[in-house]
Design a protein around this ligand. Structure first.
Ligand code: ADP
Length: 223
């Protein structure tokens, strides 16, 4: 099976029954192949976050189908969706959202424990991931002791902790200065390529988007 994600005829309107409904997605079609890195480039307000939330099983569309790893996720119980989210998806946001009272390593270990991995294996994976992003020497530091670029690199490791099939990222370097953004993006791409993971990455940055396998624009996708 060569597709990791397929979105079929996805429509979403906010405030449907209210006085001012906002139609964000209308008949959207999108596939992400295994190992493919897709850039989602669209102006602010075009619906990038909405699309990522729907693909990430955090929000439900009004109509349409979400097929993840060959499995139709539409209409499944919350518990099954939560499980699929934990096992098959990784998330990165503009802000790192690391747990402040835990070290970098612990932030990467905890999601693995929640997924049933033993502590020793989880610690080994955290160490390996931190090493790959050049942060082995920061394993025991808390997020507040790290720079913005370092925090974001730890957040990438956390997203990959459970070896997801698909990474969903919403402006993953949007909060960093241009030079740091460039370097941190390189690290993310290397991680994604090394693990053979697929990714759908929303960005404003056309230069970064140009380094991915395919660029899609949201307005072009809507029917
Ligand atoms: P982007 O990520 O591209 O900036 P969003 O997906 O966040 O776009 O938002 C798309 C549109 O939907 C915007 O016009 C936004 O104001 C609107 N929107 C987003 N979330 C909600 C919500 N919960 N209720 C009403 N409107 C919303």
């Amino acid at each position: 099976m060569s597709e990791v994600l397929r979105l079929e005829a996805i429509s979403k309107t906010y405030g449907k029954d209210g006085p001012a409904p906002v139609e964000v997605l209308h008949g959207l079609e999108l596939t992400v192949a295994r190992g493919e890195v897709v850039a989602l480039v669209a102006p602010s307000g075009a619906g990038k976050s909405t699309l990522l939330h729907i693909a990430g099983l955090l929000d439900t569309p009004d109509s349409g189908q979400i097929v993840l790893n060959g499995r139709d996720m539409t209409g499944l119980a919350d518990r099954t969706r939560t499980e699929a989210r934990r096992q098959e998806l990784g998330f990165v946001y503009q802000f790192h959202h690391l747990l402040p009272e835990f070290s970098a390593a612990e932030n990467i270990i905890l999601p693995q424990l929640a997924n049933g991995t033993g502590r020793r294996a989880a610690a080994e994976r955290a160490a390996d991931l931190l090493d790959r992003v050049g942060l082995a020497h920061r394993a025991n530091h808390r997020p507040a002791q790290l720079s913005g670029g370092e925090q974001q690199r730890v957040a990438f490791c956390r997203a990959l902790a459970n070896a997801p099939a698909l990474l969903l990222a919403d402006e993953p370097t949007g909060n960093l200065d241009p030079e740091t953004s460039d370097r941190v993006f390189e690290v993310l791409m290397a991680l994604v390529r090394d693990t053979g993971m697929s990714a759908l990455i929303a960005t404003h940055n056309h230069a970064l988007a140009g380094r991915m396998d395919r660029v899609i624009g949201l307005t072009e996708m809507a029917l």
